[in-house]
Design a protein around this ligand. Structure first.
Ligand SMILES: [Zn+2]
Length: 53
């Protein structure tokens, strides 16, 4: 199975990947510039769950 980055995250609709709006971190994406897709959340949850062991 191949997962592309675009399958995991998409550009933030508020700041368009800038990560900030007028000098302050974008509240919609917490300054990341991207937001997770459902598949991205699934992968992140999986990794976090197993990293904590
Ligand atoms: Zn944003």
């Amino acid at each position: 199975m191949i997962i592309a980055t675009d399958d995991l995250e998409v550009a933030c609709p508020k700041c368009q990947r800038a990560g900030e709006i007028e000098g302050t971190p974008c509240p919609a994406c917490s300054g990341k510039g991207v937001i997770l897709t459902a598949q991205g959340y699934t992968l992140l949850d999986f990794i976090q769950k197993h990293l904590n062991k």
